[in-house]
Design a protein around this ligand. Sequence first.
Ligand code: 13P
Ligand code: SF4
Length: 313
Amino acid sequence: MNVKHLQDEILKLKSQNDVIILAHYYQPIEIQEIADFLGDSLKLSRTAKEASTEYIIFAGVDFMAETASILNQDKHVLIPNPESCCPMAAFLTPEKVLEFKKNFPKTPTVVYVNSTATVKAESDICCTSANAVNIVKKISKEFEVNKVLFGPDANLGDYAEQFSKIKTIKMPPEGHCYVHSQISIEDIRATKNQYPNAKVLVHPECIREVREFADFVGSTSQMYNRIKNASSDEHEFIIGTEIGLLERMSQDFPDKKYYLAKEKLICYNMKKHNLELIKYLLENLDDKFHEVKVPSEIAKKAIQPIEKMLLYS
Ligand code: 13P
Ligand code: SF4
């Protein structure tokens, strides 16, 4: 079945069922095209919280579907490919968080949403790349301290520290995203030399040197909006994030030119979903193998830092 035909079948099945499809910007473009809502982690969490359908198909990595499940314990959250996970989350376990908390008493724990539900359950507040600076400022003020525990992304932690002026103790110092951290300063300089008039936009999961070289640092939605609101004399952009966002922007703003900061910026974990799997799910909404259900005792604890984040941002 060709892509267009599959997409039509999916749209038809979707209209016959009580379901919405949420997709992250890093999804394959043909999935982005059939989604009801597209966004960054923050927008998708908010949308999942407000969802009124019985079923939510989440085309993103596991922590995103888990967050949707935590916020909707009475709904069915389905993931097209249950093997789609974020390797960054593996840098932090609940045991490690408890050890850090023991070593740094009275210090608030900020956990990036790119983490497991059990890790979130041990935190004081969650954050996303869109609100990390603000969350660190607010939680440190609430606890009346000038430092926070922050994990698992040490680069986002460093970014939050730079702009909040609050020390972030990295849990652990080596936590990183394999997609963003591979962009080196040499890569970004070389791309800029090739396209000297292009504005450089990068994700806060990039290393500090790359972030400091960029004209703009932000979450995927913030980068999207930066381009949406670009002035008429800005025609070219170098994109320092996963290729899916570049494909989205090429479709939505085709009058601009986009260049990837380096070749092959692909999150293979995000690309594990496909249209066939989504069609299968729409035909088998009660398939338990694809359902993401966070055990209620963990969900009850993990919902608190997520809701606090949504309140604070
Ligand atoms: P955003 O929240 O910016 O979409 O980031 C999610 C992510 O996984 C980045 O790698
Ligand atoms: Fe995780 Fe990086 Fe993929 Fe985002 S791009 S889902 S942080 S591995």
